[in-house]
Ligand binder design. Structure first.
Ligand SMILES: Cc1ncc(COP(=O)(O)O)c(C=O)c1O
Length: 372
């Protein structure tokens, strides 16, 4: 099918609206090939890279306003590796997993490990959310802060269950873009390829004193834990500003620059206001439109960083995404397994609110053009 050519004056300055990997700002990339270039190709066991890891840990501590006793730990393998690490080294007996999309479901899968009791899985339909409920015998309560596959964001409130039970939050697509109170969680973990404007392959976690105690206790319990997936290993190495095995240095540098940028502009409060501005423009447009509707019915569940818009039968969303792509506006396709007539648009903090307003004009123009 022929695509619609968009007039230059309505094009966004940057066409990257994907939910991960997502837009990396030009200043970060310029810094990587400028001052950052002397770090590339140097040993991760020497001072320059160790101080880079230290800077990233302290930048994240500032961003998340870590209370005393909380620490930032880091490991290789992205958030997916963290799920397995948590099933080996964080869940003592049984987790409660809230599942309302793909990523919550993946952690529930990892928590169904043979050495643990079967997880208490609480499901809600994609596009909605569900709250945790204290249950005797559960020692980890887990859910995503932002379910990237559906565009649902949740409240972060500590679950008061059995003594010592931990609240464990997947913040992969929320961290750095949604304001919240970190002391409401014990483990707030994420990979840096979304709001944090970096590349994939690493995981980070803000861990509470209770979580540190749990990590140490499970590690000392005699349970078999592979070295690569050992949280105790990650904790010990992180305190030395290093990782067990070689990290991606470019990822660390890009993250460091993004943290400087967000923290320098006012931190999470600033970032949260900026993503709210961008996402509101899209939700308001869809609410007012005759052919588009926000997929997430309850406005309280709507994500400020991942906006999902359904279209009626007069619009072929896949054709719209394809046509936008031909104009350099990329990755607006919906999550592949959701199977809806939908566009999914990231409004991460790096994305200019003005570019989101331009994108709306581009979507309208494309729909008109495809109909015409
Ligand atoms: C909420 C959420 N959790 C986990 C992941 C997996 O992250 P990674 O690819 O770093 O393993 C993603 C990736 O999109 C995600 O959005």
């Amino acid at each position: 099918m022929a695509h619609v050519t968009l007039p230059r004056e309505i094009l966004p300055t940057d066409g990257r609206f994907g939910c991960g990997p997502s837009k990396v700002r030009g200043d970060q990339l310029a810094s990587l090939v400028g001052p950052g270039s002397v770090l590339m190709g140097t040993s991760h066991r020497q001072a320059p890279i160790k101080s880079l890891v230290g800077e990233v840990r302290s930048g994240l501590s500032d961003l998340l306003r870590l209370p005393d006793g909380y620490e930032i730990i880091v490991g290789n393998g992205g958030s997916t590796a963290f799920w397995d690490a948590a099933s080996f080294g964080l869940i003592e007996k049984r987790a409660q997993n809230l599942v309302f999309g793909e990523f919550g479901g993946k952690f529930a899968g990892a928590a169904a490990a043979p050495w643990l009791e079967a997880p208490d899985v609480r499901k809600a339909e994609p596009g909605s959310s569900i709250a945790a409920e204290p249950v005797e015998g559960v020692d980890v309560y887990a859910w995503p802060h932002n379910e990237t596959s559906t565009g649902v964001a949740t409240a972060i409130t500590r679950v008061v269950g059995d003594e010592g039970a931990l609240t464990v939050i997947d913040a992969t697509s929320a961290a750095g873009g949604i304001n919240f109170t970190v002391s409401e969680s014990d483990v707030y973990y994420f990979a840096p390829q979304k709001n944090l404007g970096s590349d994939g392959g690493l995981w980070f976690a803000a861990v509470s004193p209770a979580a540190i105690e749990r990590i140490e206790r499970v590690a000392a319990s005699g349970r078999y834990i592979p070295e690569f997936l050992s949280l105790k290993n990650a904790l010990d190495n992180s305190r030395l500003n290093q990782t067990l095995n070689t990290p991606a240095v470019a990822t660390l540098h890009l993250l460091d620059k993004q943290l400087e940028w967000i923290n320098g502009n006012g931190g999470l409060a600033w970032a949260g206001a900026r993503t709210a501005e961008s996402s509101s423009a899209l939700y308001e447009w869809a609410d007012a439109s005759s052919f588009a509707t926000p997929f997430v019915a309850d406005a309280a569940d709507r994500s400020p960083v991942v906006v999902t818009i359904d279209f009626d039968e007069t619009v072929d969303a896949a054709a719209v995404a394809k046509s936008l792509r031909a104009n350099g506006i990329v990755d607006t396709e919906p999550y592949r397994k959701l199977g809806r007539n939908q566009l999914r648009i990231a409004t991460f903090v790096s994305i200019e609110p003005e570019d989101v307003r331009q994108l709306i004009k581009c979507i309208d123009f494309t729909i008109d053009g495809l109909k015409g």
